[in-house]
Design a protein around this ligand. Structure first.
Ligand code: SF4
Length: 254
């Protein structure tokens, strides 16, 4: 995933943090799924997903209102990763695909959403579950956005068919490792300047004004917890986290 995409602690207000604009010319590749790749993603409702967090309705993780799922577990260790608590594969919560889809459908029944965003952790390290969720999202007429710490070249070189299937089902991909020393202040929904936005289908286009709108950080408060997601200003990253997460960077994978 891309760092800055999610930070969470046990809170609901929407706070505009900074204004960004998006440069033209970031269409780096176009990839159209084959029928065989799409067939590979049929999955049973009891497929287990290792989930770190779900925000069922957010405008801070891609275009429109989106159902955002953070996977638990990432094999990468980007210095300055703002989600170090999502790195161990042993953490998070085991949810079935059926449970997640029930939540998705309840969310849609309560009000229209545009798509699903997959973050982490690293979605391509959970490719079978990610592809199954992405297929179900497509079946419901939703778009799919994925944040990955891998580059698209690395993803395409991966022989795992589930990885190819997830990529084939992705409309928008933000790729590459988060680089703390290169914060991106120009493009919406991008953490560092090395990261690229790939418009993999015709669903989105870089000339859409949404890419030049204000970026946001969302803070939710309920009775028992506070959660924060979105893209905070670089000097505010992790201020609401435990000290170890703010200063020591990622913990070692368990
Ligand atoms: S280590 Fe890198 S790819 Fe993994 S969650 Fe952190 S920022 Fe994302």
């Amino acid at each position: 995933m891309v760092a800055l995409a999610f930070i969470m602690i046990p809170w609901a207000a929407l706070v505009t943090v900074r204004t960004v604009s998006r440069a033209k010319g970031d269409v780096l590749s176009v990839f159209h799924p084959t029928t065989d790749q799409l067939k590979e993603t049929n999955a049973p409702a009891d497929l287990i997903m290792r989930v770190a967090q779900i925000v069922p309705r957010t405008e801070a993780e891609g275009p429109g209102v989106r159902f955002a799922v953070w996977f638990q577990g990432c094999p990468l260790r980007c210095p300055g990763c703002c989600n170090p608590e999502f790195l161990p594969f042993a953490g998070g919560e085991a949810k079935t695909l059926g449970e997640v889809l029930d939540w998705l459908d309840r969310t849609r029944a309560a009000g229209a959403i545009e798509g699903v965003s997959l973050l982490g952790g690293e979605p391509f390290a959970h490719a079978a579950a990610g592809a199954a969720l992405a297929r179900a999202a497509r079946d419901r007429g939703l778009t799919v956005m994925v944040y990955s710490g891998f580059t698209v070249e690395q993803i395409r070189a991966n022989p795992d068919p589930a990885v190819a299937a997830l990529l084939a089902l992705t409309d928008l991909l933000v790729d590459g490792p988060y680089e703390r020393e290169r914060p991106d202040t120009e493009r919406r929904w991008v953490g560092s300047t090395n990261q690229r936005v790939h418009f993999l289908t015709e669903k989105y286009h870089p000339d859409d004004p949404c890419w030049r709108a204000r970026n946001t950080l969302e803070i939710r408060v309920d009775r028992t917890q506070v959660s924060v997601n979105g893209f905070p200003a670089p000097d505010a990253i992790g201020l609401w986290k435990p000290k170890w997460a703010r200063k020591s960077g990622p913990r070692e994978q368990k």
